[in-house]
Design a protein around this ligand. Structure first.
Ligand SMILES: *Cc1c(COP(=O)(O)O)cnc(C)c1O
Length: 399
């Protein structure tokens, strides 16, 4: 009681500091399924442009029904980790389907990609080894690297001169692993995987790509950046999530060379000491990868939507970062402007997120949109009209 009294005062002060710095994160409440058109708790209907619902599968009737079927045939929960109670046939089917999708040898499932990244480095590399990591890699990669004793090298985002310099410095170590996000979430830029692989070859390093934002999205058939650069099955390690393009529920995976996956099954702590994915999620996953194996309708529509939207926004005079992903960063540079603009867009029924320091560098504030295969042309047009109206009012359009 006494101890908590002083701790509570400390927390209250810290929370106040977060609030007065304008960094307090509050959550809007959604009272409908996740979709491109959603209802907020206030009753307001808005078009959603800030979900990772790239293929529009979050509210898919087919996925929901596949999840129900799996639950009916295999039950609700697993109540154990796999090395004690085993896995279901469904888990093995999903692992095989993910490996087919990426052209890899084997896959291991996790509760989330955060766990996949948290549990991938420490079992594979030790103090004699080197991890060379992009400075803008996802928080879960940064945390995973911290749990590993390997020597750490960092290179500036997608900067190949810097990567080469770090690889030269890392020649002292035994094994080298270059780690990169496939798509960087704030700019939507794609990692230059062709150049990364060439440097990996030159300096004898392995490559790991986190395809969380790129799988289902990037590449002609949405197989990710490894497809975009004709490197299918070449990266030693790919991590990814079931929480974005592939239905958006929960779950992560590591897929790649079979010996690596075998070692992770023996030693990866989030796999060994955390519960298996529930049958509903696994059943829906099997359906999703099965569907994507036979059709690129959703990927094609997503690519079409993204090209249309970004083209129109640039024509309208917005400063939009070029991208091969479905992330559209509308640069505003000013933090307050990004918040004002997001608020005004919401009044127009457009739900987007404004980002500013420390999420992006100082003076690089922006609104980030994420395009979905489920967006219809008139919804994209409504969004563009709202941007033009609000952008005009706030004076952010280039003339
Ligand atoms: C979203 C994301 C993750 C985390 O995925 P979860 O399955 O939600 O834990 C990891 N890495 C990257 C690059 C991501 O974008």
């Amino acid at each position: 009681m006494q101890a908590y009294q002083t701790f509570r005062e400390y927390l209250a002060k810290e929370l106040e500091a977060i609030q007065s710095a304008g960094l307090y994160k509050s959550e809007r409440i959604i009272a409908s399924p996740q979709s491109v058109a959603i209802t907020l708790q206030s009753g307001q209907q808005v078009l959603n442009f800030c979900a990772n619902n790239y293929l529009g599968l979050s509210d898919s009737k087919e996925l929901t029904s596949a999840a129900c079927k799996a639950m009916e045939s295999r039950g609700y929960g697993m109540s154990s980790v796999r090395f004690i109670c085993g896995a279901q046939d469904l888990h093995k089917q999903l692992e095989a389907a993910i490996a087919r999708f990426f052209g890899t040898e084997d896959t291991i499932l996790y509760a989330a990609c955060f766990d996949a990244n948290g549990g991938v480095f420490e079992p594979l590399l030790g103090e004699k080894d080197a991890i060379i990591s992009d400075a803008l890699n996802h928080a879960s990669i940064i945390d995973g690297v911290r749990l590993c004793k390997a020597v750490r090298y960092r290179y500036a985002n997608a900067n190949m001169q810097d990567l080469e310099a770090q690889l030269q410095a890392a020649q002292a170590q035994r094994f080298r692993l270059i780690v990169t996000d496939g798509v960087f979430s704030m700019d939507g830029n794609v990692a230059p995987l062709d150049k990364i692989h060439a440097l990996a070859e030159k300096y004898s390093a392995m490559v790991m790509v986190d395809e969380s934002h790129s799988a289902g999205v990037v590449g002609k058939t949405g197989r990710g950046v490894t497809e975009l650069f004709n490197l299918r099955g070449q990266a030693e390690i790919i991590t990814g999530t079931l929480g974005k393009a592939f239905g958006g529920a929960i779950g992560g995976f590591t897929t790649g060379k079979k010996e690596i996956i075998a070692m992770l099954r023996q030693r990866s702590r989030p796999y060994l000491f955390s519960n298996s994915l529930p049958p509903a999620v696994v059943g829906a996953g099997i359906y999703t990868f099965g569907y994507l194996e036979n059709s690129t309708v959703l990927q094609d529509k997503l690519h079409e939507n993204t090209a249309y939207f970004i083209g129109k926004m640039q024509q309208a005079g917005f400063d939009v970062k070029p991208t091969q992903s479905a992330i559209c960063a509308v640069m505003l540079y000013d933090a307050k402007l990004s918040q004002d603009m997001a608020d005004k867009l919401l009044e127009e029924g457009i739900y987007v997120a404004g980002f500013y320091y420390p999420v992006v560098p100082k003076g690089q504030a922006r609104i980030r949109l994420q395009i979905s295969a489920a967006h219809e042309r008139e919804q994209l047009d409504k969004c563009i009209r709202a941007f033009v109206k609000v952008g005009g009012e706030l004076g952010v359009l280039k003339s």
